[in-house]
Design a protein around this ligand. Structure first.
Ligand SMILES: Cc1ncc(COP(=O)(O)O)c(C=O)c1O
Length: 424
């Protein structure tokens, strides 16, 4: 495991020590340190990730399954990263983890494979809050197979899902696709309730945990998700997608694959050659998170990788709670700013620190450009949360301005954001 300088201080997460691990965070533009408030689009990576990628490319770069040293080392790396991925997601079997280029590609291929069993009259359920990568693949497969689509609608607050609408599920429902956290508003959905309703009618639940993974400990056995997908590039690792699937379900899945590829897990889901250097980087990132967890976890947590990773994500979650409260307060004091999403302090448990707003008299792109001129990176637009932005009536107006914080962001950066917005 990575040796780490003290990452803990008496007040909680020592964010200065955290930031030392992320070389990109010291970048300056016109003499100002860049504030990376663009995490939901992709996060920066720790040195341990970069070092692991470099070491792989310098020493062990090979295809897998060969008799020679670099290939044997690559096989060991692949085994290890599946095991670490299982620990990160609370799975109990490394074969339940499969990698791919990104979440969208994985979701298209899983939906195609599940779709082989869909019949006319069957139903799939999607939501108005999800990123389109957890909607469009299901709409496409339903259309191809003559299945129907049912929607979980937004609640009146237009920030959360109306889970009373789960009564649309019926014995005809085969798949329910739902997000754990909204990449546009930061809302965390009670996926346990969705799982209860889906399992009661025999449906499979496909959870998009892409936006939750950098912020919360995820435990697939507690969530009881059948399939759950993340994008490591959103949690401090290289560009990749990572899937968890219940073993019995994956074993039965009629995945599309080439004939010489074996039917064993996880290989049957990992079509073509994987991005080995990125997987090496992901292992480096898990090492960084383990070190964070060692500094925070109690003795029991520290004894294994699963405990260390869980402790790291719990520490991150605790730090981010405080950041959410401070950010909500700062944004509330900007004249003309309208927040979308859960805004009251009491709701801080139901959100991650992703904040979207509009500002009277300014299009989101204009705000993003002004922030960029202040060396603050932030995204504007619909972030592919297409249904939501349409429901908010904002698609003609350039969507929203989104501020996404992660555990390396600081209060000082939030103050800089506030000051930059006040200039407008
Ligand atoms: C919540 C959510 N789901 C899915 C995706 C798509 O992920 P990927 O870029 O890995 O395909 C994103 C990317 O922004 C996202 O935020």
């Amino acid at each position: 495991m990575l040796a780490m300088t003290s990452i803990r201080d008496r007040r909680g997460l020592d964010v200065a020590a955290v930031r030392d691990h992320f070389p990109a965070l010291s970048r300056t533009l016109d003499g100002r340190t860049v504030a990376f408030l663009d995490g939901p689009g992709g996060t920066q990576v720790p040195r341990a990730c970069i070092a692991a990628m470099t070491a792989y490319l310098e020493r062990s770069n090979a295809n897998h399954g060969g008799a020679f040293t670099a290939s044997v080392e690559t096989d060991a790396l692949l085994d290890e990263v599946h095991a670490a991925g299982a620990d990160f997601l609370g799975a109990h079997d490394p074969a339940e983890i499969a990698f791919g280029p990104n979440m969208t590609t994985i979701t298209f291929s899983i939906s195609r494979a599940l779709g082989r069993d869909l019949r006319p009259g069957d139903e799939v359920v999607v939501t108005r809050l999800d990123h389109d990568a957890n909607v469009a693949p299901w709409l496409a497969v339903a259309e191809d197979r003559g299945a129907s689509v049912r929607w979980l609608e937004l609640a009146e607050d237009r920030a959360t899902l109306d889970l009373d609408g789960l009564d649309v599920l019926s014995p005809r429902t085969k798949v329910v696709a739902v997000g754990l956290a909204s990449n546009a508003l930061g809302t965390v959905t009670d996926v346990g309730r969705v799982v209860d309703a889906a399992h009661a009618v025999g449906a499979i639940v496909y959870v998009d945990a892409v936006h939750a993974a950098p912020h919360l400990p995820i435990d697939v056995s507690l969530l009881r998700a059948d399939l759950l997908v993340t994008s490591p590039y959103k949690f401090f690792a290289p560009h990749l997608g990572m899937l968890y699937g219940r073993r019995d379900l994956l074993e039965k899945l009629a995945a599309y694959r080439v004939r010489p590829a074996g039917a064993e897990l996880p290989g049957k889901l990992e079509v073509g050659t994987q991005n080995h250097e990125a997987l090496a980087g992901l292992l480096g990132t898990f090492g960084y998170l383990e070190a964070l967890g060692s500094a925070y976890g109690d003795v029991a947590d520290r004894s294994d990788r699963r405990g260390r990773l869980r402790a790291a994500m719990s520490a991150i979650h605790a730090y981010e709670r405080g950041m959410s409260l401070a950010t909500l307060e700062r944004l509330a004091s900007v004249p003309g700013l309208q927040m979308h999403g859960v805004v009251d302090a009491a709701g801080v448990e139901e959100r991650v620190p992703t904040f979207s707003f509009t500002l009277a008299g300014h299009r989101p792109r204009e705000i993003a450009e002004h922030l960029a001129s202040c060396a603050i990176s932030a995204w504007d637009g619909d972030f592919y949360a297409w249904e939501l932005v349409r429901a908010l009536g904002l698609e003609e107006d350039g969507g929203l301005l989104r501020i996404g914080l992660v555990h390396y962001n600081t209060l000082e950066e939030v103050d800089r954001l506030h000051d930059a917005l006040m200039e407008l």
